[in-house]
Design a binder for this molecule. Structure first.
Ligand code: PLP
Length: 286
């Protein structure tokens, strides 16, 4: 097919989303040394901007791999074999949290709620109070398979009110949410948020991100689960020097810097409002 024909594609799926021409142009820059000063400076700028998007003072790591890579990283960093976890299943991506946790030997308690709506925070409080061994709760922010946006703030508060021996970590998949709907992770007390490049961040597929708050960073050092490529301790160490432990997808990082500049120009709140308006328009049209 001629390239002009591809350019007329109208992509109307949750992701990948259409990539703005500015972002595409940035991704075609000549290669640079990923251990050189130019790239290191850019890497630091990009990570700082990502912190603004996650609204966190914690750490953001950038992984070469799709959103599921960051999901798997979150599981291996937060859960040890035999740990009991509660997984909120309201669609295909909630099911994926359960599958990854099982693959790494966690004892998974599935909370299957009605797929036509979100998980009810009051029920989370009851479930955690009744099962104090749960070390982590895995939730989906925007469940792309159903189009339901969960009340993450409410779920986080409910987790805090559950009491018990310890505070279970709240780990959120926001692959199709971050940048498009509010998720100020520090203000809402969320411990880990993962996302991917190809949805509201307007970058081609291939990068994913994990943001970790204070409790998650402490947990990261304690967990003994075997891991190598997704060992986020290596990403933290290299990240302090403006590097990635392994060769990153350099072209996608170029694209990401441009996309984050566009988001900053628009203002995150305006981007959320733009997505909300589209939601209203689509629903009205349907
Ligand atoms: C909510 C959600 N979680 C996880 C994923 C998985 O991401 P990826 O396909 O980039 O691995 C997707 C992708 O569609 C998603 O929408």
């Amino acid at each position: 097919m001629q390239s002009e024909q591809w350019e007329h594609n109208q992509l109307r799926i949750p992701g990948p989303t259409p990539v703005p021409p500015r972002v595409t142009r940035a991704s075609t820059r000549p290669m640079v040394n990923h251990r050189g000063a130019q790239f290191r400076e850019m890497y630091k700028r990009v990570t700082a901007r990502l912190r603004d998007v996650f609204r966190t003072q914690g750490e953001v790591v950038l992984i070469t791999g799709s959103g599921t890579a960051a999901m798997e990283a979150a599981v291996v960093e937060m859960v040890q074999p035999g740990d009991k976890v509660l997984v909120l299943v309201g669609g295909k991506f909630g099911e994926r949290w359960a599958e990854i946790n099982r693959a790494f030997g966690a004892e998974v308690v599935e909370w299957r709620y009605d797929w036509r709506g979100g998980a009810e925070p009051a029920e989370l409080k009851e479930r955690l109070a009744a099962d104090p061994d749960i070390v982590a709760v895995f939730a989906t922010h925007n469940e792309s398979s159903t189009g339901v946006l969960n009340d993450i703030e409410g779920l986080s508060r409910a987790r805090d009110l559950a009491g018990g021996r310890h505070r279970a970590l709240l780990v959120v998949d926001s692959v199709s949410g971050l940048g498009g709907a509010p998720l100020p992770m520090d203000a809402w007390g969320v411990d880990v948020v993962v996302t991917g490049s190809q949805k509201c961040l307007m970058v081609p597929p291939g990068l994913s991100f994990a943001a970790l708050g204070e409790a998650a960073l402490a947990r990261l050092e304690q967990v003994q689960t075997g891991r190598y490529y997704l060992d986020l301790r290596a990403y933290r160490k290299a990240g302090a020097a403006g590097e990635s432990p392994y060769t990153p997808a350099v072209s996608l990082v170029f694209a990401l810097e441009e996309a984050l500049a566009m988001l900053a120009e628009e203002g995150l709140e305006n981007a959320w409002a733009r997505h909300r308006l589209m939601r209203v328009q689509v629903r009205a049209g349907v």
